[in-house]
Design a protein around this ligand. Structure first.
Ligand code: BG6
Length: 456
């Protein structure tokens, strides 16, 4: 099996609201995740995995796991509660970043991962242009305070999923017109943030972190191929073309026109987007999509981040009979799709790339002797790492892999029982128990992969 480059960043991921807890400590403002009602049968985000109070212990485990990188998100609500700089929040991330560096783990922060501050949300959230300014002020604080220690900044996690699965991710049901106006403001905010970073001449790089999935045509019919192209433009390239080329994808624009959802775009916005673009691409990959030509079936909205959706007149989501699916939510499992996706992105953009999420959510069982036999997770990750190696052999410039998740945390909408971590956290949705950490079988397995710099 191939060895990876000696600088390859074997990592793992989390996000602030899903792992930290301490929802009202350290001067933090509530975010949209704290104020929305939890999904039936699932916990809220108040305690999560209590990472906030366990940085040292958790980073020690990450070090033992062998991580070369830790991809996490910074809570806007800790750094700028109610729009004012909060020293306690800065101190918290200083401590986390310094602890990582002390342990030779590259900190890879995401600026915004689904947790908009409550006061901005109440003022219209991303639909209000004023949120762009608030975002830039927040980014300026981040770059000034942490810029000396960060090599890779990611702007917005899965902006495309906020668009297509927003109801699940921040509890908002909006019209297409509203969704794409909010999306446009995020694109401009992202471009302005990248510009700010570049003008500051910091030593690192900055880029977006969308969820990218290759799209297969259901059959060899040309109409199905065209449908796949349309979905890919709408779901994937709209977001990356904006971040990398500073323009709207033409086929995505065609769909926006049909949906009566073309946002208001000023000449200034166009200029900002064109002049400020990404240095690298971070992307999350969980599964592929399959579509056929629309047969007039009406629109179907995405149930969640990884499920398909249909747009009348353009494409219709289909089941892929060749792929097995996950137990939770029936997401297709498609390791080869990762190789296809990485190649497609590289073909279009020729930028260095890092995979910032990929993983399997499952109910794990802690045995009486403190073990978790998660061979299903090992199988999933192994198959994806194999394809990642093949993508690199194809010539794709991939410099890191950060599976979801470093440690158990709360799923976006399926609670604590849907676990992804290498480290088990002893709690359930409604019983906090002792929150003790246990190493799963996948922990020892991933440790060996990192140690060996590839699969054996
Ligand atoms: C990604 C998100 O969409 O998928 C994460 O960036 C999320 O925040 C992950 O947790 C897995 O999805 P879920 O819904 O199982 O938590």
């Amino acid at each position: 099996m191939m060895k990876f480059d000696s600088n390859f960043l074997w990592g793992a991921s989390t996000s602030a609201y899903q792992v930290e807890g301490a929802w009202d400590e350290g001067g933090k403002e509530p975010s949209v995740q704290d104020i929305r009602p939890p999904f039936p049968g699932t916990t809220d985000f108040k305690v999560a995995s209590d990472h906030y109070h366990n940085i040292k212990e958790d980073v020690k485990l990450f070090k033992e796991l062998g991580l070369k990188a830790y991809r996490f998100s910074i809570a806007w609500t800790r750094i700028m509660p109610y729009g004012k700089v909060n020293e306690e929040g800065i101190k918290y991330y200083d401590a986390l970043i310094n602890e990582l560096i002390k342990n030779q783990i590259e900190p890879i922060p995401t600026v915004f991962h689904f947790d908009l501050p409550e006061h901005l949300h109440k003022n219209g959230g991303w639909n209000n242009r004023a949120t762009i300014k608030a975002f830039i002020e927040y980014c300026e604080v981040l770059f000034n305070h942490f810029g000396d220690r960060i090599t890779y900044w990611q702007t917005i996690n899965e902006q495309n999923m906020l668009v297509f699965a927003g109801k699940v991710l921040d509890g908002e049901e909006k019209t297409w017109k509203e969704v794409f106006q909010a999306n446009h403001h995020m694109l401009v905010a992202q471009a302005e943030a990248m510009g700010l970073y570049h003008r500051g001449a910091y030593a690192g790089k900055i880029g977006p972190a969308p969820n990218i999935a290759c799209v297969y045509p259901k059959t060899e019919k040309p109409e199905d191929m065209l449908a796949a192209e349309y979905m890919s433009s709408f779901r994937n390239w709209l977001f990356l073309d904006a971040a990398v080329y500073g323009v709207y994808n033409h086929k995505a624009m065609r769909i926006l026109k049909a949906l009566n959802a073309v946002p208001d775009i000023t000449e200034d916005d166009k200029k900002v987007m064109k002049e400020n673009t990404a240095d690298f691409i971070a992307f999350n990959y969980y599964n592929s999509m399959t579509v056929s030509a629309s047969n007039g079936e009406s629109e179907k909205k995405a149930k969640d981040q990884q499920s398909g959706f249909s747009i009348e007149g353009f494409f219709q989501s289909e089941k892929n009979e060749h792929l097995k699916t996950t137990k939770f939510a029936n997401w297709p499992i498609d390791p080869i799709g990762l190789r296809v996706t990485a190649n497609q992105i590289y073909d279009r953009y020729r930028l260095p790339m890092i995979i910032t999420e990929n993983g399997l959510g499952q109910e794990d069982i802690l045995t009486d002797d403190g073990m978790v036999h998660d061979d299903y997770r090992i199988d999933y990750l192994k198959a994806h790492i194999e394809q990642l190696g093949l993508a690199i052999n194809d010539g794709v410039e991939l410099f890191g892999y950060c599976p979801w998740s470093a440690i158990d945390l709360i799923s976006t909408h399926e609670g604590f029982k849907k676990r992804y971590g290498f480290v088990y956290v002893n709690r359930t949705d409604f019983d906090l128990k002792d929150l003790k950490r246990y190493k799963k079988d996948s922990f020892y397995w991933y440790h060996n992969v990192i140690d060996n710099n590839g699969l054996k």
